[in-house]
Write a protein of this length. Structure first.
Length: 110
């Protein structure tokens, strides 16, 4: 007798894409607010941390959508142009994020 085994259902490798998109929208909004603040110099570390979080979530979303992306180990060191390109490619792939992004810091400086 031949037995047919069901393969296990595919399991996601990370958070649901809807949560990744919501996180990215929230982080991008927060980044815009911090960058526009009159006290941007006082919250520079927070701004850099938000940029690193944006990069990490963007890389996770790119992995989920099959979009080309840098390795996760570089998330905290992406250049502003690399981060902007990655976000634009995610938007082009259908991820619901704003079409325009705020100014990202350069080399950890405002």
């Amino acid at each position: 007798m031949i037995r047919w085994w069901r393969s296990p259902a595919p399991q996601p490798s990370g958070p649901p894409i809807e949560r990744l998109a919501a996180d990215l929208r929230r982080l991008l909004r927060l980044h815009d607010e911090l960058a526009a603040s009159a006290h941007a110099g006082l919250c520079a570390h927070r701004l850099w941390a938000v940029e690193a979080a944006i990069a990490m979530r963007a890389i996770e979303a790119a992995t989920a959508l099959g979009v080309r992306h840098p390795p996760a180990s570089r998330a905290d060191r992406l250049t502003p142009s690399e981060l902007s390109i990655l976000l634009a490619e995610l938007g082009a792939a259908g991820l619901a994020i704003p079409g325009r992004f705020g100014r990202f810091t350069t080399d950890g400086r405002l």
